[in-house]
Design a protein around this ligand. Structure first.
Ligand SMILES: Cc1ncc(C[n+]2csc(CCOP(=O)(O)OP(=O)(O)O)c2C)c(N)n1
Length: 594
């Protein structure tokens, strides 16, 4: 029992102890990783957190100067672990710098806890320095907002603090997972004085997290499962299409296999789906570009798991063809084609288990699957020809670079893929097995925060090396992330495919009408020195200009317990030329395979 309550404390004790209870409660709730950006107003909270990190099995705290980067580090933690990390910043524009990570977390259905330090209420809207109206700063992008206020001497406020912090954590997890803002205020003096008369009082309030606050799984209903099973049984050509999902959001592979076997429907998996297994269809983006294959192999019913895939050719098909499509995804309303037959927001594991018991193989499925596999093999063979042709060229092609990187990744690795071409090329140009886990930032397709996100995922992710594969502009967009990555204590390889700009824009219809110079407002070619970029933080740097140099630099980096940058210099327009060659050769081979 505590002997003295908050009414006996000085102002300094009050604030320090209030902060200690808050940080301890977030830890009790389940936060294992905190990402802190420096500032004065957050001092009591930062201090309390640092004390906690010294406890046995205490949480980890990463200090990341730039809040924009810090936000993505926290998001990476959530992506890799499925659990929220907590961010802590000072007042004012600092909190506004979290916004890119907030919108990505919302779009990707990932939990995030934003602890924004604020001045006491009496300093609001009066010109006090570094003071912004932080109430509901992230608007509708946050799935929850909690105002904690400043330390109070009334005991009821302390019970309220604990409840609010637990509730904020629970809200970030679900039922709509996403970012939650917890606005916390501190009145001066901010200097720590935690071990006064309130120590035992706070100790009496902390403890294990009440289990009833944890989100339970959401499944589609029995009725919905029955209805879906009936629709699926009537289909002649069905497909289970798996879009981009983090490992904790994806359905277990073994369950997907059983569903595929029971229904006779093939799994169509993008690299980012975390759903792929041995006999999955993976080259649909390639063969759907061929008219005959489209006509012959487009499914009549699709079960879409997760968000719509990245594949442009699949999106076009969904838009143009009459396909009955049923969507199940744990977050959002995932129907960009605006013509889904049903959309359900539910977790995949329990939903598919419900469905599984009701499925039967459609008689036509076997024949359909055989043809699909022949076409897949034809595209695989076309790719090998294209890669061989690329290898005969004088300068390394982007296609060969992707092939070489994937070839040299151990199965135990985690692969993060950047947006723009990288997330597409990993599907177009891969002939090697993917590593066990693939992370992507597909919520809003942003080229921001990729390096930071990979570092966050490295912090909370599986053992084994972690490689981030991204374009040069994406890399330059997140130089702040290199400052964070410097702290990596396990292998983190930032592999930059340097094609001197944003070469995805060479796929725009506009690109065929104008010359390269007129396209520069999009491609933004640059002469940035990436070695210097790595050097500013003292991160090891390797350059690779050939397949064998890629192998040598990955060998050198994948076992180093630190971050490294590998710059792979490729011929500027080699992606678009390899794409064209692939579509052409695939078409030639598809007609024989169909
Ligand atoms: C934050 C953000 N700003 C701008 C864009 C628009 N955008 C899409 S791709 C791209 C260029 C990416 O270039 P790079 O990373 O070098 O990849 P490449 O296209 O060469 O594969 C840009 C600017 C975006 N997706 N996200």
């Amino acid at each position: 029992m505590h002997s003295r309550g908050p009414d006996s404390a000085t102002a300094a004790h009050l604030t320090s102890s209030w902060a200690r209870l808050l940080m301890h409660t977030l830890w009790d709730a389940g936060v294992e990783h905190f990402v802190v950006s420096p500032g004065s107003r957050s001092t009591p909270f930062t201090w309390a957190l640092m004390q906690l990190t010294r406890q046995p099995d205490g949480p980890s705290a990463q200090i990341v100067l730039d809040e924009r980067s810090a936000g993505f580090v926290a998001l990476g933690v959530a992506r890799a672990s499925g659990k929220p990390a907590a961010l802590l910043c000072t007042s004012g524009s600092a909190a506004a710098n979290y916004f890119p990570a907030v919108v990505e977390a919302r779009a990707a259905g990932l939990p995030l806890l934003l602890v924004t330090s604020d001045r006491p209420t009496e300093l609001g809207q009066c010109g006090a320095p570094q003071t912004l109206d932080q109430l509901k700063l992230y608007g509708d992008q946050a799935v929850g907002f909690f105002e904690l206020g400043q330390a109070e001497s009334d005991l009821r406020a302390w019970r309220g603090l604990r409840r609010i912090a637990l509730q904020a954590y629970a809200t970030s997890i679900g039922p709509i997972p996403g970012p939650v803002q917890l606005n916390v205020r501190a009145r001066k003096p901010l200097e720590p004085e935690p071990d006064g008369p309130l120590k035992s009082f706070v100790d009496s309030l902390v403890g294990p997290h009440p289990q009833n606050l944890i989100r339970t799984e959401v499944s589609i209903s029995e009725v919905a499962a029955e209805h879906l099973a009936q629709r699926l049984k009537q289909a002649k050509r069905g497909a289970i299409v798996c879009g981009p999902l983090s490992p904790s959001q994806a359905a277990p592979r073994e369950l997907l296999q059983r569903i595929s076997k029971a229904s006779g429907w093939p799994l169509w998996c993008e690299a980012t789906s975390n759903a792929e297994s041995g006999d999955a269809v993976t080259r649909f983006d390639t063969w759907l570009r061929d008219e005959a294959a489209r006509r012959e192999l487009t499914p009549d019913v699709i079960l879409q798991l997760g968000p719509a895939p990245t594949s442009g050719s699949l999106l076009r098909v969904l838009d143009q063809f009459e396909i009955e499509r049923h969507v199940i995804c744990p977050f959002g309303y995932q129907d960009p084609a605006n013509r889904a037959a049903s959309v359900q927001r539910a977790d995949l594991g329990p939903s598919l288990r419900r469905l599984l018991t009701r499925l039967e193989t459609a008689p036509a499925a076997e024949l359909y699957c055989e043809r699909l596999m022949r076409v897949e093999a034809a595209c695989g063979a076309a790719l090998v020809e294209v890669l061989e042709a690329c290898d005969g060229e004088s300068q390394l092609s982007e296609a060969s670079a992707f092939d070489a990187v994937l070839q040299n990744l151990p199965e135990a690795a985690t692969l993060s893929v950047g947006n723009s071409l990288a997330v597409r090329e990993v599907d177009w140009f891969r002939r090697h097995r993917l590593p066990g886990r693939v992370l992507s930032q597909r919520g809003l397709n942003g080229i921001d925060g990729n390096v930071s996100g990979a570092f966050g995922a490295r912090l909370a992710g599986a053992a084994g090396p972690h490689l981030l594969l991204l374009g040069d502009l994406s890399f330059l967009h997140d130089l702040g992330g290199l400052g964070a990555a410097l702290r990596a204590t396990q292998p983190l390889v930032v592999c930059v495919i340097n094609n001197a700009g944003g070469r995805i824009f060479e796929m725009l219809p506009l690109a065929s009408e104008v010359d390269a110079a007129a396209l520069e407002p999009w491609t933004t070619p640059h002469r940035a020195n990436l070695e210097h970029a790595a050097g500013i933080h003292g991160i090891a740097y390797f350059q690779a200009n050939t397949r064998s140099e890629i192998k040598a630099s990955l060998d050198a980096c994948l076992n180093r317990n630190a971050a490294a940058v590998v710059e792979v210099r490729v011929a500027d327009q080699s992606s678009i030329s390899a794409q064209r060659a692939l579509w052409r050769r695939a078409s030639e081979r598809i007609s024989a395979a169909l």
